[in-house]
Write a protein that binds this ligand. Structure first.
Ligand code: FES
Length: 117
C-alpha cells in the first residue's frame, strides 16, 4: 500500500514539473551588441546584417552542440561540421533543419535586447 502511495506521489510530482516546464517562458535581457554583425551570446546567435536583426538558438539542429564560430558569413558547428547561413538555413550537413529562430525585442532607448524562449 505504501508503495502505491509513493508511486502516485512520484507520478504527480513528475506531471506538475512537466506542466511547469511547458508553461515557463524564459526571458533573457542583455545589451544589444550594435557594433557586431554576428555575435554569440550564450544560448543565442545574433545576426545584425543589412539593417535586419535575427536571433537564433545557438543549438545545432543535428545533435545540439553549441554553435560558437563563424567564417565567411557561415555559422559553424564545432562538433560534426554542419554550417548554416546567416538566415539559419543549413548549408552543409549533417544538420538538415534550420536553426530555431527566437522572438525578441530591442529597446532603442537603452539598446537592450530581450529574447523570449
Ligand atoms: S551537433 Fe552540429 S553538426 Fe552535429
Amino acid at each position: 500500500m505504501i508503495g502505491i502511495v509513493v508511486g502516485i506521489a512520484v507520478l504527480w510530482d513528475k506531471m506538475v514539473l512537466t506542466q511547469e516546464k511547458i508553461n515557463s517562458n524564459k526571458i533573457v535581457t542583455f545589451p544589444f551588441p550594435t557594433n557586431k554583425e554576428i555575435s554569440f551570446q550564450g544560448d543565442f546567435i545574433l545576426v545584425n546584417k543589412d539593417s535586419e536583426v535575427n536571433v537564433y538558438s545557438s543549438r545545432c539542429t543535428h545533435l545540439g552542440c553549441k554553435i560558437n564560430q563563424h567564417s565567411n558569413n557561415q555559422l559553424l558547428c564545432p562538433c560534426h561540421g554542419s554550417t548554416f547561413g546567416l538566415d539559419g538555413i543549413p548549408t552543409k550537413g549533417p544538420a538538415v533543419l534550420p536553426l530555431k529562430k527566437m522572438k525578441f525585442e530591442i529597446d532603442k532607448l537603452s539598446d537592450m535586447i530581450t529574447i523570449t524562449t
